[in-house]
Design a protein around this ligand. Structure first.
Ligand code: KG4
Ligand code: ZN
Length: 337
């Protein structure tokens, strides 16, 4: 079965073809980063308009490059995300589904992220603990089987990626700052500043990044007032990254132990962070799985793969769904249609 995947939840237009027999066949991505960079963040209206402009040509190119006339099924991101952007993908998927007379399945964006390592050669087996860290979410999830997700912890304020992006902004880096901050950190001393590891020693699996952000802001202001911010930037970046990574890794390992899980999946944009990857591999006694770097951030391949798994599980949607907020917990109730 050949599934066309469509991702339009935020600022990337992603499309892919996934074969249930042979795995990923082709994928393509158009990033809107340059369009939003001038505003310092994603502008929802611009995102929707650009998805409309790019989506159909991207699908046509993908299908003709792969020599496919018509897929057997279509999977699209139905949420969570920006409502207008989601509606572009949902409208396109359902229109094409009607034209091609094929099933259309609504995919949860975070389920796409957590199943993204299934695209790799050595995919994780169920059950596993998922650490989902993106620009909009920070989640620790016990994944027992497909569709059986228990959210163990989440952030009480900023998402992990948001904390990276806001800290990067404080340091004068461009949007989106996460990867830029990570590169700058490579040249700094991570022990230069003793930033807090928020909630690390508290019971439970929730996160909070606002205290860490404030601590960074105070040091930035101090360095600016002293006139030596230029020589401090890399040290602040490195010390922030170390504190954020210690918190994420510490909580994830604790949760895996508490749930008796011997596998951890790290996914979402912040999962591309090299320190996070090396640290969790070093400190966790079980197995750790990641998607390849390009499938950590938003893409169509993870949506095509999650949709194909869902369809083989007997689920297809017939409505155009666009849910700005949508809890992963609700996926446990099987829906057929
Ligand atoms: O999953 P994603 O592409 O979009 C959302 O669904 O939010 O994640 C984007 C986030 C941004 O906050 C970006 O700064 C962060 O992932 N990110 C990183 C790195 N690469 C991307 N954060 C830290 N280190 C990185 N290497
Ligand atoms: Zn995402």
């Amino acid at each position: 079965m050949m599934t066309l995947g469509i991702e339009t939840s935020c600022d990337e237009t992603g499309v892919a073809l996934f074969s249930s027999e042979f795995g990923l066949v082709a994928h393509a991505l158009h990033s809107q980063v340059d369009l939003h960079a001038v505003y310092g963040g994603v502008v929802p209206e611009i995102a929707s308009r650009d998805h409309i402009r790019m989506l159909l040509p991207l699908i046509q190119q993908l299908m003709s490059d792969a020599g496919i006339d018509k897929p057997d099924a279509i999977a699209y991101t139905a949420g969570p995300g920006l409502t207008g952007a989601l509606m572009v993908g949902g409208g396109m998927a359902n229109g094409l589904g009607m034209a091609w007379d094929c099933p259309v399945v609504a995919v949860h964006h975070m389920e796409g992220h957590l199943l993204a390592p299934m695209l790799e050669e050595n995919p994780p087996k169920f059950p596993f603990l998922a650490l989902l860290v993106s620009g909009g979410h920070t989640l620790l999830i016990a994944v027992r089987k497909l569709g059986d997700y228990t959210v163990l912890g989440t952030t009480l304020d900023d998402a992990a990626g948001e904390a990276f992006d806001k800290t990067a902004k404080l340091l004068g880096l461009a949007y989106p700052g996460g990867p830029l901050l990570a590169s700058l950190a490579e040249t700094g001393d991570e022990k230069a500043y003793a930033f807090p590891r928020p909630m690390l020693n508290k019971p439970g699996f929730d996160f909070s990044f606002s205290g860490l952000k404030t601590a960074v802001m105070l040091e930035v202001r101090k360095a600016e007032a002293a006139g030596d911010i230029d020589s401090r930037r890399a040290d602040i970046a490195a010390s922030f990254q170390r504190a954020a990574v210690d918190t994420l890794v510490g909580k994830a390992i604790k949760a895996a132990h508490a749930e008796g899980l011997t596998r951890i999946v790290v996914a979402g944009g912040v999962g591309a962070n090299r320190l996070l990857r090396s640290e969790i591999a070093e400190r966790f006694s079980g197995e750790v799985f990641y998607p390849r770097f390009e499938f950590c951030t938003d893409n169509g391949a993870m949506i095509a793969a999650a949709g194909a798994l869902r369809l083989s599980d007997g689920r297809a949607a017939t409505e155009i769904k666009a849910e700005a907020r949508w809890s992963l917990d609700t996926l446990r109730v099987p829906t057929t249609g």
